[in-house]
Design a protein around this ligand. Structure first.
Ligand SMILES: [Mg+2]
Length: 250
C-alpha cells in the first residue's frame, strides 16, 4: 500500500513538474516589452508641434500609438477639444448677418480613417497613397462623433460650417456622400484641392481661408488634426487642434 501511494505521489509530482515545464516551453513568443515611457512624451511633442516633419511612428512606439488610438484616451483627448470649442462658440456674439463660418478639416477631424489605419499599423508603416485612396474611395469613413456634436451645435447657433480639405476635386462626390451619410449636412462650402496641384497643405489652406475672408466671411473657428490645417494667416479667431499621433502633413 505504501509503495502504491509513493508511486502515485511520484506520478503527480512528475506530472505537475512536466505541466509547469512544458507551459514555459510552449510560450514561444515572449510577452511584448512595454512601450518606453518616452512615447507619451513624443506624442505630447508632436501635438505641441515641437517635433515636425516626421514620416512614421517609430517602431518602439508603434504599440503605444496603437493603444492610444484604439483605446479610450484618444476619445477623451478629442472630447476635451470639442468641449472647449463648443463653449467658445456658445460665448460668441454673432453679427446677425450670417457672416460667421467655422472651418473644418475632413480626415481625422470630421471623418475618421481609423479603420484603415488599424490595418496599416496606426502610422507605423510608411504612407501608401494607393491603398489610402482606395479606402477614401469606399466612402465609408465613420464620423468622429465629437466633431459631429460640435458641427450640429454650430448650426443651432447660426455659425456656418465650411469643410476645407486636402482631398482633391476628383474626390468631391465620394467625400460629399460620405459626409452626408455620416450625419453632416447643410454646410456652406466644401473646398477641395484642384487635382494635381503641387503645393503644401498649409499653403493651400491658407490661400483658401484668405479667399473666404476676402468674400466677407468671418472665420470664428478653425479645427483640424494637423498644424498645417490651422497655421497661416488668416487662421481664424480661434483654432482647435485635434489629436493625431499617426501621421504628419506639412
Ligand atoms: Mg486631417
Amino acid at each position: 500500500m505504501a509503495s502504491k501511494t509513493a508511486r502515485l505521489l511520484l506520478f503527480f509530482t512528475v506530472a505537475t513538474f512536466s505541466f509547469c515545464f512544458s507551459s514555459g516551453q510552449d510560450a514561444e513568443t515572449p510577452p511584448a516589452a512595454p512601450s518606453p515611457p518616452i512615447c507619451g512624451s513624443v506624442r505630447m511633442a508632436i501635438e505641441a508641434h515641437n517635433i515636425v516633419g516626421w514620416r512614421t511612428v517609430s517602431p518602439e512606439c508603434a504599440e503605444y500609438v496603437a493603444g492610444y488610438m484604439s483605446g479610450d484616451r484618444y476619445g477623451r483627448d478629442s472630447d476635451i477639444v470639442i468641449d472647449q470649442a463648443i463653449a467658445y462658440a456658445e460665448s460668441l456674439k454673432l453679427s446677425g448677418q450670417g457672416k460667421e463660418i467655422w472651418v473644418f478639416d475632413v480626415d481625422e477631424t470630421a471623418l475618421s480613417t481609423l479603420p484603415y489605419q488599424a490595418n496599416h499599423g496606426y502610422g507605423a508603416q510608411p504612407y501608401d497613397q494607393s491603398s489610402f485612396l482606395q479606402y477614401v474611395a469606399q466612402g465609408s469613413a465613420p464620423a468622429l462623433q465629437g466633431t459631429l456634436r460640435l458641427y450640429r451645435r454650430l448650426l443651432q447657433l447660426g455659425i456656418k460650417p465650411v469643410f476645407l480639405t486636402d482631398r482633391t476635386e476628383d474626390q468631391r462626390a465620394v467625400t460629399t456622400n460620405n459626409l452626408l451619410q455620416q450625419g453632416y449636412c447643410n454646410w456652406e462650402k466644401l473646398v477641395l484641392q484642384p487635382t494635381g496641384q503641387q503645393i503644401s497643405t498649409q499653403a493651400f489652406k491658407t490661400c483658401e481661408r484668405q479667399k473666404l475672408v476676402s468674400s466677407g466671411s468671418i472665420i470664428v473657428g478653425n479645427i483640424g488634426d494637423q498644424w498645417s490645417d490651422i497655421l497661416g494667416s488668416p487662421e481664424g479667431c480661434r483654432t482647435f487642434k485635434f489629436p493625431n499621433p499617426m501621421y504628419y502633413v506639412a
